[in-house]
Design a protein around this ligand. Structure first.
Ligand code: GAP
Length: 494
């Protein structure tokens, strides 16, 4: 079990991530990634791309601007509706998110309440300012976008994008044409999003600048299910917490076909199964630490008709926390852009003319990275980060057993060879035990040691991080053995 301080301290010590701009006293809601954090993030992104763009040959990655003009975000609804409820102390002026004040007092979530409802509950629960115990002022909506003035006159109002999704919608028509006018069409962006969070907290969980990985699938609701192999997932148990159960710790296993029987569209459930596979198989999240949590009408984002959060249980953050979402956005966004731009967003496909609907698979990259650090953290006599091998920043450590007798030269040559294909770290400083410990702390799954027997042609030792077992492998077989271990085709010692 990892506390918040355990994870943050390891993160800082070993170059994963830390609060930004600490030279100037910090900058709330902003985090920087170090050398291991960037590598780990890229591995997560590679697996995400492989998994979700792998769902169809018609799914692609694009990239778009992070600043958007006001009309585009007016059309999407963000200018008018992208708000959180702000409560300010009348004595010290400290600002709070209304739902978080209620959550701190009751240990339950209170999303989707109106300012009047928040005021009433603050009164009922007699909540005072957590900072100075002063009286709290009236709750009011606060738009979370960062406004900008573009150009020297400042007349062109714009915003830093609050989600990557809008960049995709603005480019849908171009890509539809370029990709030979087919539905379903998937367009994904991995990129930065910005939100002026009222009270950023809990490390990478609530940031003001963060990374999203979002896939927008444009489809015709009348035919989407026909092209999917629902039968392949029909019996798969999906981990579900219904909206009424979100403050409870567990989840139900409900077969995909039974979710369809409860009126969820088969194409929606098919993608729940795909997301669950990504977490349970790809990221190796334990089954009981994963669930989809349904959001009811009051809680879901203004653009969603069906919305389940993807949640993972994290000790460092006190329980199940949202790391992503599966959103049925209907034709809300394309319709909005059509109305504002006066440019038709409808397309003709399969004999019908329609504005495509959108299923969005949305993930917070930073939240996912934090989640994996939390779940992998294990502390016994030493700290070991039991990351899935594919996600570990460094894949193989290479060491000479001692710094003499030609062992460093041999180990360096081995390192130079392995690094052509893998991320490899060479280390000759300190005792061999300390070098293993350093690799364990950053999650390196395998370490290769060159010893005197290596020079006699008797191979190298390969050590596994989790079991600390060592096997001897012939030099000629080393790359093949590492490849097979990494692919999970063989387990250690087998
Ligand atoms: N395009 C849909 C969308 O933006 P969202 O639920 O508002 O939906 C998507 O955000 C994901 O982005 C969330 O599931 C979360 O993982 C991540 N996210 C949202 N706000 C965040 C923040 N302040 N800090 C870090 N990650 C955040």
């Amino acid at each position: 079990m990892a506390s918040y301080d355990d994870v943050m301290s390891l993160s800082v010590r070993r170059g994963f991530l830390w609060p930004a701009v600490d030279l100037y006293g910090g900058f709330a809601g902003f985090y920087d990634y170090g050398h291991n954090g960037v590598l780990m993030r890229r591995r997560w992104e590679d697996l995400w791309i492989e998994t979700f763009l792998g769902l169809s040959d018609d799914y692609h990655l694009i990239d778009t601007t992070t600043i958007l003009p006001e009309p585009a975000l007016k059309a999407s609804g963000h200018v008018d509706h992208f708000t959180d409820i702000l409560v300010t102390c009348t004595r010290c002026g400290e600002s709070y998110r209304g739902d978080q004040l209620l959550e701190a007092a009751t240990h339950e979530e209170h999303e989707g309440l109106t300012p009047a409802e928040i005021d009433a509950r603050i009164r009922d629960l007699k909540i005072r300012c957590p900072n100075c115990k002063g009286e709290l002022g009236p709750a009011r909506p606060f738009n979370m976008m960062f406004p900008l003035e573009v150009g020297p006159t400042g007349k062109d109002r714009a915003y830093l994008r609050p989600e990557t999704a809008q960049g995709v919608y603005l480019n849908f028509k171009r890509e539809f044409e370029a990709l030979r006018r087919r539905l379903p069409l998937g367009l994904a962006i991995i990129g930065r999003a910005y939100r002026n969070e009222i009270s950023p907290r809990q490390g990478a969980y609530r940031m003001r600048e963060f990374l999203q990985a979002e896939l927008q699938i444009f489809f015709d609701p009348a035919t989407f299910a026909d092209g999917l192999r629902f039968d392949a997932v029909a019996s798969t148990p999906i981990r579900i917490a219904w909206a009424t159960e979100k403050n409870q710790p567990g989840a139900h296993d409900i077969a995909a076909k039974d979710l369809v029987a409860r009126d969820l569209p088969p194409w929606y459930v098919y993608h729940l199964a795909a997301v669950q596979r990504f977490y349970l198989d790809g990221l190796q999240v334990p089954r009981d630490a994963f669930r989809f949590a349904e959001l009811d009408e009051k809680e879901r984002a203004f653009y969603n008709k069906i919305h389940f959060d993807i949640q993972v249980k994290q000790e460092s953050l006190g329980g199940f926390k949202e790391v992503g979402g599966v959103h049925y956005r209907t034709d809300h966004d394309l319709k909005g852009h059509e109305a504002m731009s006066h440019l038709k967003q409808s397309v003709t496909f399969g004999g019908s003319k329609l504005i495509p609907h959108v299923l969005e698979l949305s993930f917070g990259v930073d939240r996912n990275i934090w989640t994996l650090l939390d779940l992998s953290y294990s502390k016994g006599e030493r700290v070991v980060l039991r990351l899935p091998p594919r996600i570990a920043p460094v894949t193989v450590g290479v060491f000479p057993l001692v710094n003499k007798d030609g062992l460093p030269e041999k180990a360096e040559a081995l390192h130079a060879n392995l690094r052509k294909r893998l991320t490899v770290s060479y280390d000759e400083s300190g005792s061999i035990g300390r070098r293993y410990a350093r690799m364990d702390e950053i999650g390196t799954p395998f370490s290769v040691t060159v010893d005197h027997e290596t020079l006699e042609g008797k191979g190298v030792t390969v050590r596994e991080r989790d079991s600390q077992k060592q096997i001897r492998v012939k030099e000629a077989d080393l790359t093949d053995t590492l490849d097979r271990l990494l692919a999970g085709e063989v387990t250690f010692g087998a």
